[in-house]
Design a protein around this ligand. Sequence first.
Ligand code: PMM
Length: 295
Amino acid sequence: MTTQQGPGGPVGLPEWDRCAVMGVVNVTPDSFSDGGRWFDPDVAVKHGLDLVAEGADLVDVGGESTRPGAARVDEAEELRRVLPVVRELAAAGVLVSVDTMRASVAEQAVTAGATLVNDVSGGQADPAMIPVVAAAGVPFVVMHWRGQSIDMNNRAVYGEVLADVLAELRVGLDRAVAGGIDPARIILDPGLGFAKDAGHDLTLLAHLRALRALGRPLLVAASRKRFLGRVLAGAAGDPPPARERDAATAAVTAIAAREGAWAVRVHEVHASADAVRVAHAIERAAGAPATGEGA
Ligand code: PMM
């Protein structure tokens, strides 16, 4: 694998010739779709390795639930959850991302072998985050975020969701760069479900190209989210439980890949790994002579 230097993906990570797949390992008792399943560190490590075997290019390890209404966990507990899992996965050769809003957790996770810091607050929750990431020189995910999960649903108020998210993501990007992070290492994420209702999420997904025009690689994290439950339920029905939204997630993966997303973040990897490969094959066919040969 070579390290990507060009505009396609972030500097500091390998270069993939298709949309990458980031598998999720939530070392939490309370995440919305898989809380408690991977809470034991050994089980979490095994799950991370299984996700890689299913086709994950990176594994995102988090120790704090960000579901709507969630309260914060304390720092010592977050470190206790995350560090052993990051350390073991990295030692096994897995490319690890750490999903945290705390600079101390990011810093220690990088020391333990994490290659990427995924901060849903884009550095807003902890003023020490941006300096720590700048000093570590690792890639950084800046997600669109309007405040902590405990009351984020109250902030789902937009003039025009696409224009507002674009403007706020640009502010987040500028904040990170002003704080010393190399812009070539920054990944942007529209933050589906964070201070957004189902209509907002769908509008953002319908305009991934506009988000890409911000000039940074795009991470799309639709996996099992509420808006998929709303779509599947129809106007009056009850949404299926989160773990029954994986086929819908893979549908989003195929579309995101085709629209040029850099990566998708998913709980169930197998179907999304297939989806990015199919999207890539179609992309290649689009650039080939229309003879149908060589399929
Ligand atoms: N969503 C969750 C957690 N981490 N990270 C990024 N970059 N983008 C997201 O949309 C995102 C995230 C939601 O919780 P989950 O781990 O249970 O899916």
